[in-house]
Design a protein around this ligand. Structure first.
Ligand code: THU
Length: 138
């Protein structure tokens, strides 16, 4: 486990996790995405009284990268939860839009980084843009 800036990304994911707006579940999540240019962009979960309007930490982080750069060229991400959780299916699908199948995902809790897996380990068969048209023109 030695991706560049991993400890820094872990610290930033822990830091942003503290800012999570998780008043309904009490379950705070922090995510840090390390871009290919070395920049680290973070996101936390933001819940809503209309529960389905909640957005996860990972998607908030990815959408921030897109808002800033118009693309998401990233090396890996770090996910911090209380319980060594996997990313949810919706976040994995969004990741598959921007990241390659062998994109590394580090899962961590407040104490340490617990493991490294690849996007394809969590979601081997995402729905892909190529599926939208027979000839892959989308
Ligand atoms: N959550 C995330 O932020 N990321 C995930 O991958 C799983 C779940 C959040 C959503 C909600 O605010 C809380 O965790 C409990 O589901």
């Amino acid at each position: 486990m030695n991706d560049r800036n991993l400890n820094k990304a872990y610290d930033l994911a822990k830091e942003v996790r503290e800012k999570a707006y998780a008043r309904y579940s009490g379950y705070k999540v922090g995510c840090a995405i390390v871009l290919n240019n070395g920049e680290i962009v973070t996101g936390c979960n933001v819940e809503n009284a209309s529960y389905g309007a909640t957005v996860c930490a990972e998607r908030n982080a990815i959408f921030s990268v897109i808002a800033k750069h118009g693309s998401c060229e990233a090396a890996y991400l770090v996910l911090v939860t209380k319980t060594e959780a996997s990313p949810c299916g919706m976040c994995l699908q969004v990741m598959s839009e921007f990241f390659p199948a062998d994109f590394p995902i580090y899962v961590a809790d407040e104490k340490k980084i617990l493991g490294k897996k690849l996007l394809k380990d969590f979601l081997p068969l995402p729905f892909q843009k190529e599926n939208l048209s027979k000839h892959g023109s989308h």
